[in-house]
Ligand binder design. Structure first.
Ligand code: MIC
Length: 657
């Protein structure tokens, strides 16, 4: 049987294990991507590990998340990151240059390469025929240091696309259709590979939209072939030489298959507060809207802004709506401006912001509580916008522009009847306005070694974590339901984000979206017993932020008992020495109440000896069988208190300095 694109990428980079679903494989990493909100920890980890210089082909540090400078903290992080990029031999993308994912695609992405990134949307680079995986920061630090990435080999899910998108529908509706069909857990332990004749009508940037939000399905990553659409994209970027064709064999086999006829899609929207709550726009038409935002890595292409500008041209947005535009990159902003589209947006009432993630991570643009905000963003977990009782919806630029005009959720197809507007045909420039002035190249090593890391007072060192105790005898401090996101564990938003490099201070925000008193209670039993958390399915979905493991650990969390875990967070828990245990019988979840004391003993032997353990509920005199899915490598790491203490012992053997 022939090989899929995903198989070719994995086999071409395999350093350990067998390409069999469920087994741990080691993969050589060619490129890395870090952004500021997670990158500060990565740089501290590189320092802790004693790295001299990046061992990858390309490593880029972006500054795109923490852009508002309400006090000194974010600016200090930017300076720290610049100094770390200079010290470790990384590219540095200055604040305002753009969101990491589209910028990386424009300047560095290459068909056939592998990449890891400390951002769950790293998978967007699959649009170019790369194997790009979002992981915790520590895994990125190790990749920068030349170590392979270890993952549990996923199944490969072939999605055959046929037909062509109808007018008023675009790539966002394709990924929303995937979420409508399969929900936020549908991609767990899978690589999604798109194929088929429908690809012909999707540009590389359209594919970015679809690949980016594969993260919302919980997928390990998404891949597309590197075909003519990728060749055209790289040509527009002046990078013809970086093109290599990478396509699936005619008779490629897939573990799972599905089909989408693009011509049958209609405008879709995800309701508050999960990317999986997808319905047809017409079902919710008429709901009032107070904010519309276009931007983010989920709709970053020139066409995404240009289509909104063309819809709004010569018209005024509703007086009930704040209409915000966040350019995804400086390049896109320049192109948009050259086309005259920036003018059309401003004239229509748009508030234009700097290039970056902005409201997508709650860095500004927090909506009014309970008022509908329509965004072209990738996720809408509760409170992520920075507003506790937010009502954020996710949609295409076409649907967003329609709501900006009418002030209510509107099926964009109705604009033809309402305003006499036919679906605009866009004439986009063939060549992008490439300008690399805000992308700073790595220093030569002779200069890099002289660089000092610039650490302001907000940058604290990584805490030391002790080994996992052999016996855990601790209270359940929190019990949560299904699909708890890392935004609920370690919140986004303009208040918490500036503390991403200050674990003791950030810890005070842990779980406060769910239970404001959690940090206080956790501190109360930290020294004596530590504590436990009980969760439902898909615990820790969403972002790659390792803070969602580190801050609970800092507050004394030993183990999480859940029905199932999201991939990146599960890895982050292991990396920071927290035991992730799954119920063998899901009904046991219902038997545990917050405040119950749970005991599990003889962990050293139990974890190394088998996958199954027994947890005793002392107050209720009940026992629950639980299992772990850690590889032997991860068991050693968890027992040692995490990856860092383990590595610190063997740094010399790692990169032999
Ligand atoms: C996100 O979309 O949630 C983020 C912000 O990009 C995160 C990274 C972070 O938490 O800083 C992600 O997805 O990894």
């Amino acid at each position: 049987m022939g090989r899929s694109v995903a198989q070719q990428l994995i086999e071409g980079h395999l350093v350990s294990g067998e390409v069999v679903a469920g087994q741990e494989v080691g993969i050589r990493v060619d490129q890395t991507l870090t952004q500021d909100a997670t990158g500060t920890l990565v740089m501290l980890e590189l320092e802790a590990l004693g790295l001299d210089r990046a061992h990858t082909e390309v490593s880029v540090q972006y500054v795109d998340h923490n852009l508002l400078q309400a006090d000194e903290k974010n600016a200090e992080d930017h300076l720290f990151l610049r100094s770390a990029a200079r010290r470790f031999g990384l590219w540095f993308s200055k604040p305002g240059n753009g969101v990491s994912h589209p910028t990386h695609m424009q300047r560095f992405g290459k068909p056939g390469k592998t990449m890891v990134g400390s951002d769950s949307h790293t998978c967007a680079a699959g649009s170019l025929g790369m194997l790009a995986i979002g992981v915790g920061g520590l895994e990125v630090a190790l990749a920068i240091a030349g170590q392979p990435l270890h993952i549990r080999m996923p199944q490969i899910w072939g999605i055959r696309l046929t037909g062509e998108l109808p007018p008023w529908c675009s790539a966002k509706d394709v990924i929303l259709e995937m979420l409508r069909r399969h929900g936020v857990k549908g991609g767990l332990d899978r690589i999604i590979e798109y194929r088929g004749p429908g690809l012909e009508h999707l540009s590389a940037m359209d594919r970015h939209v679809i690949a980016n939000m594969g993260a919302e399905l919980g997928a390990t990553t998404t891949v597309f072939p590197a075909d003519d659409a990728v060749r055209t994209f790289l040509h527009a970027e002046g990078r013809d030489d970086d093109f290599t064709e990478l396509i699936a064999d005619e008779d490629a086999g897939y573990d799972v298959t599905d089909d989408i006829d693009l011509s049958r899609l209609e405008p879709l929207i995800a309701k508050p507060s999960s990317p999986g709550n997808v319905v047809a726009v017409r079902e919710v038409a008429g709901c009032e809207v107070s904010q519309v935002v276009i931007g983010s890595s989920a709709n970053p292409g020139l066409r995404d802004y240009a289509i909104a500008a063309a819809i709004l041209k010569g018209r005024q947005t509703s007086d009930a709506v704040s209409f915000d535009i966040n350019p995804s990159s400086r390049e896109v902003f320049e192109d948009l401006t050259r086309m005259g589209a920036t003018f059309d947006l401003i004239a229509a009432g748009a508030r234009i912001h700097q290039a970056g993630c902005m409201g997508c991570i709650g860095m500004g643009q927090a909506p009014a509580g309970g008022h509908n905000s329509l965004r072209t963003f990738p996720r809408n977990f509760p409170g992520r916008s920075g507003t506790k009782d937010d009502a954020v919806w996710l949609c295409s630029p076409e649907t967003a522009a329609a709501a900006a005009l009418t002030g209510v959720i509107t099926d964009p197809r109705d604009l033809t009847e309402k305003l006499g507007l036919d679906y605009p045909r866009l004439a986009l420039p063939e060549k992008a306005s490439v300008n690399t002035a805000m992308l700073v190249a790595p220093l030569p090593q002779a200069e890099a070694v002289k660089e000092e890391l610039v650490k302001g007072p907000n940058i604290s060192s990584l805490p030391d974590f002790p080994e996992l105790p052999d016996r855990i005898d601790a209270p359940v401090l929190l019990k949560v339901g299904d699909d708890v996101s890392t935004d609920e564990i370690s919140p986004a938003g303009a208040r918490a984000l500036p503390l991403r490099s200050n674990i003791p201070k950030l810890a005070e925000f842990t779980f406060t979206q769910v239970d404001e008193d959690y940090p206080r209670r956790a501190r109360g039993c930290k020294e004596e017993s530590g504590h436990l958390i009980v969760g439902g399915h898909n615990y820790g979905q969403g972002s790659s932020r390792e803070h969602a493991a580190i801050t609970p650990r800092y507050l004394g969390l030993h183990a999480v008992l859940a029905k199932s875990f999201a991939r990146i967070h599960w890895q982050n828990l292991a990396n920071f020495g927290i035991l992730a245990l799954e119920f063998v019988d899901e009904r046991d979840y219902d038997r545990i109440d917050p405040g119950d004391t749970l005991v599990t003993d003889g962990l050293r032997d139990a974890l190394t000896g088998s996958q199954q353990l027994i947890v005793t509920n002392t107050g209720k005199h009940e026992q629950y069988p639980v299992r772990h899915q850690l590889s032997p490598r991860q068991v050693t790491m968890v027992l040692a208190g995490g990856q860092i203490p383990l590595l610190a012992r063997s740094v010399k053997t790692l990169w032999g300095s």
